[in-house]
Write a protein that binds this ligand. Structure first.
Ligand SMILES: *[C@@H]1O[C@H](CO)[C@@H](O)[C@H](O)[C@H]1NC(C)=O
Ligand SMILES: *[C@@H]1O[C@H](CO)[C@@H](O)[C@H](O)[C@H]1NC(C)=O
Ligand SMILES: *[C@@H]1O[C@H](CO)[C@@H](O)[C@H](O)[C@H]1NC(C)=O
Ligand SMILES: *[C@@H]1O[C@H](CO)[C@@H](O)[C@H](O)[C@H]1NC(C)=O
Ligand SMILES: *[C@@H]1O[C@H](CO)[C@@H](O)[C@H](O)[C@H]1NC(C)=O
Ligand SMILES: *[C@@H]1O[C@H](CO)[C@@H](O)[C@H](O)[C@H]1NC(C)=O
Length: 309
């Protein structure tokens, strides 16, 4: 109890003065004239973006429950994940209930209901690794569209949920013994990229679920990806900052378009980029130490931009 008293007392003066007179506000800003915010989709773009995010929240909720139900406490502990850590995963599932409820409310009942899913894991470590990746593209998918939403109010609530998802992603990296935050900036993905990553794990959905109106791109696989190994265990941080090294060749393979993906056979991969010039590609990753950024074009030419030295 004592822990809660101090922050509460500290907040009282702000509550008091805030109600009496708003503090000085510099001119400018949007939505600052006390008009109540409207937490609703204001365009088809909003609806389709938020409904995609809702599908993402539903699978996270199911995934965390699935992992906790499928593996025993002892199996988790063998992977370095203590009973208290396991409770943290349970708490994450509770957070997903909150996120899904919020998005369902914004979509006013017209959004997706939970589906059946398929998961690519048989061990605790594989579960943690998949959870780490799923929360990663869930986060990146939202960053990609949030600034384009017509509803600034909905965007604001969504970002408040996605910051929690970002923490979940970091924690799953820690459960895997990976460096928790290897980057300075998180990636933003378009909705079609996020839907392409998500679709393979949805097997069947309620008939009334609205069609997800984003494109399914053909898969692009890294065919020589570093295999999941047991050389790290759960830790707050480790020096395992990267799973690839400068100079390593990465081999990629495009799938041909026209593959059925997603739930109930309703989605087909497609591309408007034309057929890939090559189906298999190997390119070396040069030392990234002096690299500022690189541009990978769809025709596979790559531009390297180095820091001026
Ligand atoms: C999930 O799968 C079960 C068993 O096949 C089926 O009865 C149920 O209708 C499915 N639910 C959805 C939402 O597709
Ligand atoms: C890692 O450990 C798990 C559980 O003991 C085992 O099933 C799996 O084969 C191991 N993976 C590797 C690559 O050794
Ligand atoms: C971790 O990596 C940093 C940077 O390469 C290095 O300076 C440090 O010595 C490493 N620490 C350990 C414990 O390996
Ligand atoms: C990467 O591929 C290039 C071109 O095929 C080859 O010359 C080079 O030796 C490869 N490097 C490694 C580290 O395998
Ligand atoms: C890409 O990976 C998926 C999942 O492992 C696999 O089903 C598919 O055949 C792969 N496609 C290519 C072109 O490597
Ligand atoms: C892919 O999209 C194009 C353009 O919308 C369309 O003409 C084509 O039939 C589609 N292909 C498949 C396999 O869906």
């Amino acid at each position: 109890m004592r822990n809660y008293i101090k922050p509460l007392l500290l907040s009282l003066p702000f509550v008091h003065y805030g109600a009496a007179a708003p503090p000085f506000t510099p001119s400018g800003g949007l939505g600052t004239n006390s008009t109540p915010p409207k937490y609703v989709p204001m365009s088809d773009f909003d609806f389709q973006s938020l409904n995609l995010a809702l599908n993402q929240e539903w699978i996270e909720l199911d995934l965390f429950h699935n992992g906790l139900a499928r593996f025993s406490s002892e199996e988790f502990e063998a992977a370095g994940i203590t009973p208290e850590d396991q409770f943290l995963i349970q708490k994450m599932a509770d957070q997903e209930v909150g996120h899904a409820t919020m998005l369902s409310n914004i979509l006013q009942g017209a959004g997706a209901k939970p589906c059946n899913y398929t998961y690519p894991f048989n061990t605790v470590r594989e579960f943690v690794d998949f959870s780490q990746k799923l929360t990663r593209w869930g986060e990146a998918g939202v960053y990609g569209f949030i600034e384009h939403l017509d509803s600034r109010a909905a965007a604001s609530l969504l970002v408040q949920s996605i910051t929690v998802e970002a923490r979940q992603q970091l924690i799953f990296r820690q459960f895997e013994g990976l460096f928790p935050t290897p980057e300075s900036f998180e990636t933003g993905l378009t909705q079609s990229m996020a839907w392409t990553l998500l679709a393979p794990y949805l097997t069947s959905c309620p008939e009334e679920n609205p069609r997800i109106e984003w494109q399914n791109f053909p898969g692009l696989n890294v065919t020589n990806a570093y295999p999941l190994d047991n050389s790290s265990v759960a830790a707050l941080s480790t020096n395992r900052t990267a799973l690839s090294v400068p100079g390593q060749n990465i081999t990629l393979a495009w799938e041909a378009p026209g593959k059925t993906v997603g739930y109930d056979g309703k989605y087909t991969t497609n591309t408007t980029a034309g057929p890939p010039l090559v189906n298999y590609l190997t390119f070396p990753l040069y030392s990234l130490v002096d690299l500022e950024y690189l541009v990978c074009r769809l025709d596979f030419t790559i531009e390297y931009h180095f820091h001026p030295s």
